[in-house]
Design a protein around this ligand. Structure first.
Ligand code: AMP
Ligand code: MG
Length: 339
């Protein structure tokens, strides 16, 4: 096993047309069992050779990730996915045809080739084909699947830019491929196809109804699990994707909540849909996009910015309770301290 990284190399790549030398350098790190942070179309991922247990174990060490939380395996195409499972149902084929490459992760019964550390000992493995050129070309150059959870310390905000990766993991990983900010902004939809009825484990950019159009009824997102209770999907921990500041979600009267916190002498960030009004010193008001896709692309970067400005509280106005906003409401709720 390579020693723990002490200096993190940063290599800039063109996100649309990454150069061969940079991809080769990153593939060599992967083959040597090192860790490489890479842009994907969702957030930055922290990649290692998925078929090498000691390489994947380093991901857990670098992130401080509990060994009970499995990681997603990124593959080049559907054929590569089928090599890592013991069953590939027709639903999986249909979904892969339509949504891969893209932000859809499928959970299926695993093949014995997948190391235990990847799946946290579960009988299933989570797979997706990333659409980002850098991720796709790294998988091709390394000629192996990549285990890649988000490139952030466990439970913290996912990174959508290289600064975020470095603020959490500098010195703990070998290399970062800097492809600029990631476009999607929130993590993939995770769909469990391993049991009798398909079930969404994590809402994401691909909506439940779009999946149902292809494969019929899907169980809604499994209820999230608090504290130390055992969970059907480890990523369902209720506090996750969280900023340093305490975050509260409000359905209405956000201005009143902000004013109340300011009266208590606290520095407050405010994710608002309205044009920012001058709320006085102590408030950083940010107008968020009114379209869900644009909001998702901005969300983590905005929370990272507010953390960098040392606000103590963040008041987030909840978007409408409609399908297109589902994943964003989920992430805001999980970032919050009030449940
Ligand atoms: P991330 O760290 O953002 O890449 O998160 C990966 C997500 O996929 C987490 O929510 C994990 O719990 C979930 N996941 C990965 N593998 C499995 C699996 N085999 N079964 C259920 N959930 C999984
Ligand atoms: Mg994560």
């Amino acid at each position: 096993m390579t020693p723990a990284a002490s200096e993190t190399r940063i290599v800039r790549v063109d996100p649309q047309r990454p150069d061969r030398e940079s991809i080769r350098a990153a593939a060599d790190v992967i083959i040597a069992r090192g860790l490489v942070a890479i842009p994907t179309e969702t957030v930055y991922g922290l990649a290692a050779d998925a078929l090498n247990a000691s390489a994947v174990a380093r991901i857990f060490v670098a992130k401080g990730r509990p060994p009970t939380n499995p990681v997603i395996v990124h593959v080049s195409d559907e054929a590569a996915a089928t090599e890592l499972v013991s069953r590939w149902p027709m639903e999986a084929s249909r979904l892969a045809d339509r949504f891969w490459p893209g932000p859809l992760t499928l959970v299926l019964p695993r093949s014995p080739r997948v190391p235990d550390v990847v799946t946290a000992g579960l009988p299933t493995v989570a797979l997706r084909v990333p659409a980002h050129r850098v991720a796709a070309e790294l998988i091709a150059a390394a000629e192996r699947p990549l285990a890649a959870p988000s490139a952030n310390p466990s439970t913290r905000l996912s990174p959508t830019a290289v600064e975020h990766v470095l603020s959490g993991l500098a010195g703990r990983i070998d290399l970062v491929l800097d492809g600029g900010p990631t476009a999607g902004g929130i993590e993939s939809t995770v769909l469990d196809l391993s049991s009798e009825r398909p079930r969404i484990l994590r809402p994401g950019p691909i909506a439940r109804s779009a999946l149902e159009d292809l494969i019929g009824p899907i169980e809604p997102v499994a209820a999230r699990v608090a504290g130390d209770a055992p969970m059907p999907s480890p990523g369902m921990m209720s506090r996750h994707y969280a900023p340093r500041a305490r975050l509260v979600c409000v359905e209405q009267d956000a201005d009143k909540r902000v004013a109340e916190l300011v009266r208590r002498g606290l520095r407050v960030g405010w994710l608002s849909f309205a044009e920012p009004v001058d709320s006085g010193p102590g408030v950083i008001a940010i107008q968020m996009p009114r379209a869900a896709v644009a909001y998702a692309a901005r969300l983590y970067a905005t929370l990272h910015e507010l953390d960098a400005q040392s606000v103590e509280w963040i008041v987030a106005e909840l978007p409408p309770d409609s399908e297109e906003w589902h994943a964003i409401r989920d992430r805001l709720r999980r970032a919050s301290t009030d449940e």
